[in-house]
Design a protein around this ligand. Structure first.
Ligand SMILES: [Zn+2]
Length: 98
């Protein structure tokens, strides 16, 4: 689990801490999160995290499908201009968010 995700979990767990949680250093976030997880399993909080109280999000991913070599690949970059495998250009690829 990444730290932004832990921050969101803590925000769901501790209403009113949003400002504090944004400023808190990573190691402190990790420590509190670990303590919280021991006290209360994280699964029961999963539904709150979807709300994203702090506004942090996982990076978007895009799938590129090449019409020339029929390979596909995934990237966080929405602006890739050529196929990673055959070098075909963007017009030969279909791009869609995951
Ligand atoms: Zn290709």
């Amino acid at each position: 689990m990444e730290v932004w995700h832990m921050r969101e979990h803590l925000a769901a767990r501790y209403p009113g801490w949003e400002k504090k949680l944004r400023k808190m250093p990573d190691d402190q976030i990790i420590a509190i999160y670990m303590r919280m997880q021991r006290a209360k399993p994280v699964e029961s909080l999963a539904k709150y995290v979807g709300a994203g109280l702090l506004g942090y999000k996982a990076p978007e991913h895009y799938i590129y499908e090449c019409h020339r070599c029929y390979q596909w690949f995934e990237s966080e970059n929405p602006d890739i201009q050529e196929c990673r495998y055959c070098g075909a250009d963007r017009s030969d690829m279909n791009v869609r968010p995951v």
